[in-house]
Write a protein that binds this ligand. Sequence first.
Ligand code: AMP
Ligand code: MG
Length: 426
Amino acid sequence: MTHTNAIPAGIRNPDDCAPEALTLEQARERILDDVHPLREETSVPLMDALGRVTARDIPSPIAVPGHDNAAMDGYALATEDLCSDGPTAMTLAGTALAGAPFTGTRPPGSCVRIMTGAVLPPDCDAVVMQERVHREAGGAVRIPPGVRPGENVRRAGEDLQPGQMLLPAGERIDGPRLGLLASAGITRVTVLRRPRVALFSTGDELAPPDRPLAPGQIHDSNGPALRGLLTALGVEILDLGRVSDTPGALEEALDQAGARADLVITTGGVSVGEADHVRRVLDRVGRVAFWKVAVKPGKPLAFGRVGDAVFFGLPGNPVSAMVTFCQLVQPALLRLMGVSHPAPPAGFQVPCATRLHKRPGRLEFQRGRLERAPDGRLRVRAMDHQGSGVLRSMREADCFIVLSPEGGTLEAGDLVEVQPFRGVMP
Ligand code: AMP
Ligand code: MG
């Protein structure tokens, strides 16, 4: 999807498409141009490699599977022993179990009882599934005609050949990849260092969750929410808590964060409100640009450097902070972690269950929930509270509904793009 900066017809709020506003793609491109992968490598035991990114290509040292083996429970045989025009009666020469190969000799014209995963006995070239075989009195079996060579046989090396690429450099290791490495007998993996991410919430109104609220105070929810998202990404977290809206406190926190982290995330204080000192302080401690990104919820956003660290100043409203984190910080973090192709979140199209209100102007990320229509087809229902401060909507939702900038209100049944965010594969 490409979005332009052109001002669509029917705009009511001119700020929605301020000419200097960046599209989400432009913001993402600028960010990814400016963020470079960490270089330091370290070797870790296989089971510590979950969530880490491969530093080098990993070829398979062995063939997987190591032997031709049965894909079904049944009878292993040589197809050349079979009658071409009718069933074949065969005697049983023995049994092959997974982990206990058949070690006897198989007289011509006999077959071997075999279980899934067992090594195919020498000179056998097919496995007939047991449901197709008739066992006769006296222990013989009757094999139906039409068995093809290779039937129900898994070939040695069909998953991996020795030397075949197992994992290229720049891939994040998830559960299936851990399994793939283990299948090739790999016990240690060379991975890139994990990024250190410093995090703090700005705002005089913020109190920790364990502190009773004074009048006008709210509990800091951005800190814990972002910590959760960062933990799931597998980065090291330096949590600097809450920082008040005073230039001195902000400067100290930013200095500390910039000196100790690879990437710094703050929330709040980046708009043009009175207490928004972040901007002035950042001019002193870093090189930071303030962007209007034409995204709802989401703008404004600060991006740049504090010291050598990459800096993101996210909006204070909790849903805005989540959306900008998912759409912009996460790709940057993946790049920093060394992932070669940090893809934007994947989406697909479904009809909406109800009318969706939208003003033309900005790309919108509404919170929605996928459900089945009475005819069984997938559709999406928007949560009823779409305010950027209503964090509850993120709990109720399981996807973002992505509405293009030009579009206005949509009717029930219209197709919309959704980006699921309850991934099942860590
Ligand atoms: P700001 O971006 O600082 O102007 O804040 C915008 C709104 O988000 C205000 O209502 C803040 O009280 C709220 N807010 C800012 N930071 C947080 C936070 N860490 N947790 C919850 N709400 C916040
Ligand atoms: Mg604030």
